[in-house]
Ligand binder design. Structure first.
Ligand code: AMP
Ligand code: MG
Length: 472
């Protein structure tokens, strides 16, 4: 058995202004801790023996056909433009066209220093690697567009963070790693040939029907509007919605200090670095519009007739809030069992959410319980639910299969932050049982799994995780 990856590397065929060729830095003692066989099959990978896989996914041996490189990009971080970012701790090995015909990147994250590392060590520690593995695969199982996890390897090396931590490398798979920031870097530098080339590349790879830069802008806007509404519908908070973490393909990318909400409150923030609450749960739609506006600004640079381009781009961006609202309504209607539309639905939903916030209701469990008589127990004052439910039940009379609609829209299982933290703490001590258990339960999040009911329980006061930290 030999590991074989059918690489076909379109990015490496682009001009060298787009990246720096960079091999991963070998590590001392690679040990394979997880490998996603289902995903490997889709990618067309033939699996090798464990030792060979550990070497390859740690970066100690570069598989045949790979052309490792670090991608250049820039971006707005917390609203401030940083003229150069780039893969500082990641290398793209290459791409495969999967059995489903989709082209995907295979990237090592935590694979050592690159020309874009600046002060960083180019490494990752086990915690963020396992967090991204579990949360991105859970996101996929929830049916939400996301990068995926192919493998995780312990490096046998120590990484210095708050203290010495075990080092690890994640193999990440994405429809591409093109970001809003990939466009921004060429626009800001006035490298218009590269900007044009990138625009053509992105259209060909992701939106072949889109026409020109404004067609691309429209397509990315639509993909982001759909994505953010889906995050909102499962209580997900990305945590660092910088423009370099905003995917052109519309996937959830760069899982750092992200988390799913337990108790519902619109202002919830988890990220320890988000001191102003810029990326709070309820701010995400607004920030997505801001990010798409930055893409518009970058794309316009390549168009001759600036006045017409600004007008068209403005119109495209200005239409995004209404699109977000439409997507949000579609997702949240389903959460309360509605397949049809009615004028009063927005008020009905807003009223429920207000009552949930006032009564410290658990986001996931409240919606999941709507189909039973247990929902009221989620409220500190259950009559707050009863009052709302009266109007809701009247509305439901016009629905045919509300139970089915709700079950498909309301997961029983999400990767709760305290469970993710417990899983990481166990893994650091060498116990991977919680990691494997979380992975297997979260693979079917819409199924009741009575034997795993403990994983639906919100955190106790002492288990609550108040802040999550960056993957750095
Ligand atoms: P992120 O917050 O993970 O999206 O990363 C922001 C930027 O910092 C990117 O350019 C990363 O490549 C870079 N970066 C993050 N962590 C490290 C690290 N440990 N070493 C080098 N660069 C890093
Ligand atoms: Mg990033």
């Amino acid at each position: 058995m030999t590991l074989t990856i059918p690489f076909d590397n379109s990015y490496a065929r682009l001009p060298d202004t787009f990246y720096s060729r960079q091999a991963p830095e070998p590590v001392r003692a690679p040990h394979l801790i997880a490998f996603n066989e289902d995903l490997a099959r889709i990618l067309g990978i033939s699996v090798g023996d464990v030792k060979e896989m550990a070497e390859a996914f740690a970066g100690n041996s570069v598989p045949d056909g790979a052309e490792p490189l670090a991608q250049l990009y820039s971006g707005h971080q917390f609203g401030h433009y940083n003229p150069q970012l780039g893969d500082g701790r990641a290398v793209l090995l290459g791409e495969t066209v999967g059995t489903d015909g989709i082209r995907r990147d295979i990237q090592l994250k935590g694979s050592g220093r690159t020309p874009y590392s600046r002060q960083g060590d180019g490494r990752a520690w086990l915690g963020p690697v396992l967090r991204e593995y579990v949360v991105s695969e859970a996101m996929h199982a929830l049916g939400i567009p996301t990068t995926r996890a192919l493998a995780a390897v312990e490096t046998g090396e120590v990484v210095l963070r708050e203290g010495p931590m075990p080092g690890a490398v994640l193999t990440r798979v994405a429809q591409s790693h093109l970001r809003v920031g990939t466009f921004q870097v060429f626009a800001a530098r006035g490298q218009l040939d590269s900007l044009r080339r990138l625009t053509e590349y992105a259209i060909a790879r992701h939106y072949p029907k889109a026409e020109g830069p404004m067609g691309l802008l429209r397509a990315v806007r639509d993909a982001q509007a759909s994505l953010i509404a889906q995050w909102m519908s499962v209580g997900f908070i990305h945590g660092v919605m910088n423009t370099d973490n905003c995917s052109i393909a519309g996937e959830t990318i760069d899982y750092g200090p992200c988390a799913f909400m337990d108790r519902y409150h619109p202002n919830t923030v988890y990220s320890s670095i988000d001191r102003m609450g810029r990326y709070a749960y309820s701010s995400q739609p607004e920030i997505a519009v801001w990010n798409v506006a930055q893409l518009a600004t970058a794309l316009i640079q390549q168009i001759e007739d600036k006045e017409a381009a600004v007008e068209e781009a403005t119109e495209i961006v200005h239409a995004m809030p209404a699109l977000l609202q439409e997507n949000w309504m579609m997702r949240f209607r389903a959460k309360i069992g509605l397949a049809t539309e009615d004028e009063g639905d927005l008020d009905l939903l807003s009223d429920l959410l207000t009552r949930m916030a006032q009564n410290q209701a658990d986001f996931t469990n409240t919606f999941r319980a709507l189909g039973s008589d247990k929902a009221r127990d989620q409220f500190t004052d259950p009559t707050a639910f009863d009052d709302w439910a009266e109007g809701w039940r009247v509305r439901l009379q016009r629905e045919e299969t509300p139970q089915r609609v709700m079950k498909a829209a309301n997961p029983a299982f999400i990767p709760r932050n305290h469970r993710v933290e417990q899983m990481i703490q166990a893994a650091v001590k060498g116990d991977y049982e919680p990691f494997h258990r979380l992975g297997s339960v979260l693979a079917t999040p819409y199924l009741d799994q009575p034997e795993n009911a403990d994983l639906t329980r919100p955190p106790t006061e002492s288990e609550v995780v108040h802040a999550t930290f960056c993957g750095t």
